[in-house]
Design a protein around this ligand. Structure first.
Ligand code: MOS
Length: 757
């Protein structure tokens, strides 16, 4: 089977390419949103509500206002007008917390901003914010972890939610379940998880008359531009958003949050640049999280393991004002072949800040539940879990009734099993040992949607032999700078170090948001079209310039390859470099623009486009001291053509590490008394760190998906996280005999193990 690592290549596409932005980051020249400084700049620190439900009756700002260096304490009465933004058509005007800051005196979640201190230094602003007193009319917050779906009307108006609570249905799932010879009916729970990018969220806002410039670590600068234009009543072109580097986002920086308009409003009121950087505690309160989910999965199967019924009913919590839908059913309708199926969702309102997408939103908790159910069903059938999956491989996407553009899940399973040594597994619980440790192993499949967002790009060929590629997308740490450079290098034949990349600025052609693992797939056609146009323009210059070696030719007689123009009939050896041609013509540069449509949410797709993959995990269990470790992971991903296997592998490794955190460590707990996220710091909210990370063996199967773009490249940012937790909990069961169905797996859960070493 072809795998990307084995494919030799001379083209920049598919070559292991170190990040071109790496040296900028390690040398400190890369500027993040909070690194920008301007003369006269002021610092803002929000005042956080210390209740999660109730009203602000009185704010006492007198003491804070008198503190040294303080310029203003803003609140409802003096912040000035901040309008509501509305959802535009498609990918425009998206926010999770639609209510602008300070719109009313109602507090709906702990940490909601109720005032804003602005001072000459961050320290003075922080001291002043701490000195603001608030009197509340308090009510008991509802942060109950037992989720029962609220009674909601069937049709719900939100940006990414299905309009019906039954989101997919076929056949007679109840009848088929009732008569199925083998049944499984279990509920799986995933906790609230908080994104913890190292870079804190930050806004620096500068007004120049009616022009607004924002430095923000945004995963979607054009959406932010649109939202701010609406909130401040400006034409869109008056707002410029700049995001050169992002210290990761994982979804928390996709949509604007309320601190951003607060900084903008304060800068407007004071006529000075204002910088606002969140604290880590605020990152747990007011910039989103993955909501808690409860998912009941019912599987019915024949005695030999053929699925006959699948029901997936899930509930996620959401905030008081917002309708966030965690789409746990995203992968359910197509992942396996089953004639009778229903996927249904519900939501439960809680006094929490608005949830938001977190890496692999929906599919990650969803596949944890459905893949865990498949593993349990395999055990019930005394069948190998890989075999169970092979047996239920669908021939088409049965949810949509259309073929897959490219699905190589079975090849992933085959390669993963081989690399892991799955055939040596003894399925009996606690039966495998190594060096005094009990070994457990488990596996799971994964899937993630592959789609394109609309993208535009410019490519310039310049008379010094350099190339510039520009697209207003973002690099959130995933390698977009490098991918854009590779694409431009591929088309223009210049080496990577001669390509300049511009991104992260709304003054550039509109690029895709960095979400849904879509950037790479989206920019390929736009950059290629732009390069083609620049090359066409170059050929015109070559044929119309007096004294050009191609003066007597027509553009059609010429070809461009490896950075050189030549007469087709003569071959490349007699070519002239584009830099030469431009210099002779006294032309500094030729430019091409390219645009590509999106495919996301297309009403009548011909193909179902997804990436697939699987994880095989080994854990070690030491019953004497109740120590569980993930000791080995093999991951195989089918994401079409991999443009940069180095960055790609890095994405998958990072996702697997996050999966270890999801399975064993991460959860945000809310205090039932005051509704505060209690563990709102990196000491108490545990993420997987180096010491938790075993060798991770990543493989890509190389099946280009030409439905997505001409290179066949799908995205890989999120898929690596899906399925990891299900594989780990299966391995935990294999080692300990304990079935954990509520994440994360805790030591207390494992103390019930009766396995002895
Ligand atoms: Mo991702 S959750 O679409 O940033």
């Amino acid at each position: 089977m072809p795998t990307t690592q084995e494919t030799p290549t001379t083209s920049p596409i598919g070559r292991k390419t170190p990040r071109i932005d790496g040296p900028w980051k390690v040398s400190g020249v890369a500027q993040y949103a909070s690194d920008f400084h301007f003369p006269g700049m002021l610092y803002a620190v929000p005042v956080e509500a210390t209740i999660a439900n109730g009203r602000v009756v009185k704010l006492d700002t007198a003491a804070a206002e008198k503190m040294p260096g303080v310029r203003a304490i803003f609140h409802r009465e003096n912040i000035g007008k901040i309008f509501r933004s509305v959802l535009g058509s498609g990918l425009d005007g998206i926010v999770d917390e639609r209510r602008p800051p300070f719109e009313d005196d109602v507090v709906r979640y702990y940490g909601q901003y109720i005032a804003l201190a602005v001072a000459h230094t961050f320290e003075s602003a922080k001291a002043a914010a701490d000195a603001v007193g608030a009197t509340y009319a308090k009510e008991k917050p509802n942060v109950d972890t037992n989720l029962i779906a609220d009674d909601e009307p069937d049709v719900v108006a939100t940006s990414f939610a299905p309009t019906k609570r039954v989101q997919s249905e076929r056949g007679d799932p109840e009848g088929a379940f009732a008569s199925a010879p083998v049944k499984l009916d279990q509920t799986y729970v995933t906790p609230t998880e908080t994104h913890n990018p190292i870079e804190l969220q930050a806004t620096t806002a500068i007004w120049d008359g009616s022009m607004l410039t924002i430095y923000e670590e945004s995963q979607g600068i054009f959406n932010l531009q649109g939202v701010l234009a609406q909130m401040f009543g400006l034409p869109k072109e008056n707002v410029r958003v700049i995001t050169k580097f992002v210290g990761s986002g994982f979804g928390s920086k996709l949509w604007p949050w309320t601190h951003c308009p607060l900084a903008v409003a304060a800068a407007r009121q004071l006529g000075k640049p204002v910088k606002l950087v969140l604290s880590r505690k605020m990152m747990f309160q007011s910039v989103g999280h993955r909501p808690r989910t409860q998912q009941r999965v019912r599987l019915g199967a024949t005695g030999d393991g053929k699925l006959v019924s699948l029901q997936h009913d899930y509930v996620n919590h959401h905030a008081i004002l917002d309708n966030y839908h965690e789409d746990c059913g995203e992968a359910t309708p197509f992942h396996y072949g089953v004639p009778n199926l229903r996927v249904k969702f519900g939501r439960a309102r809680r006094n929490v800040g608005s949830p938001t997408p977190m890496r692999g939103p929906g599919a990650v908790p969803g596949l944890y539940a459905t893949e865990s159910a498949m593993n349990e069903l395999a055990d019930q059938l005394k069948m190998d879990p890989v075999q169970l999956r092979i047996l239920n491989e669908p021939t088409i996407d049965e949810g949509l009734g259309i073929p897959f553009s490219s699905r190589h899940f079975l090849e992933c399973l085959e390669l993963g099993a081989e690399k892991f040594g799955w055939s040596k597994r003894n399925a009996e619980v606690g039966s495998m040992k190594r060096g005094g440790l009990i070994l457990g192993s488990g596996m799971a499949g994964c899937a993630w949607v592959a789609a394109r967002f609309p993208a535009a790009a410019n490519v310039e060929l310049r008379d010094d032999g350099t190339v510039r590629v520009a697209s207003g997308t973002q690099d959130i740490g995933t390698g977009t700078y490098t991918i854009l450079a590779q694409l431009a290098a591929e088309k223009t034949g210049v080496p990577l170090e001669k390509v300049e990349v511009a991104l992260g600025d709304t003054s550039l052609p509109e690029g895709p948001l960095s979400g849904g693992s879509t950037v790479t797939g989206s920019v390929v056609p736009a950059v290629f079209a732009a390069a083609d146009q620049a090359i066409a323009s170059l050929l015109t210059v070559a044929t119309t310039t007096a004294g050009s070696p191609f003066e007597t030719r027509k553009p059609d007689d010429l070809a461009f390859e490896g950075g050189r123009v030549f007469v087709k009939a003569d071959g490349a050896a007699k070519g002239v470099s584009f830099a030469d041609l431009l210099r002779r013509a006294n032309v500094r540069l030729v430019t091409g623009s390219g645009k590509a449509e999106g495919t996301f949410g297309a009403p009548k797709p011909k193909f179902s486009t997804h990436s697939f993959g699987c994880h095989f995990v080994e854990v070690t269990w030491q019953p004497e001291i109740a120590r569980l470790r993930v000791s080995r992971v093999v991951t195989v991903i089918d994401a079409g053509r991999i443009i940069n296997p180095l960055a790609g592998r890095n994405q998958i490794e990072g996702a697997v590490v996050m999966g270890i955190g999801m399975a064993l460590l991460e959860h945000t707990s809310y205090d039932p008394q005051n509704g505060a996220p209690i563990n709102s710091n990196l000491a108490d909210y545990m993420v997987a760190v180096n010491a938790d990370v075993p060798p991770i063996d990543v493989h890509f199967v190389d099946f280009p998906d030409k439905e997505i773009n001409e290179l066949g490249a799908r995205g890989i940012g999120e898929i690596g996280l899906a399925g990891v937790a299900a594989a780990i909990t299966a391995a935990v069961h294999h080692a300990t005999g304990v079935r954990v169905r509520e994440l994360p797996v805790k030591i207390e859960d494992l103390l019930t193990s009766t396995i002895l070493s």
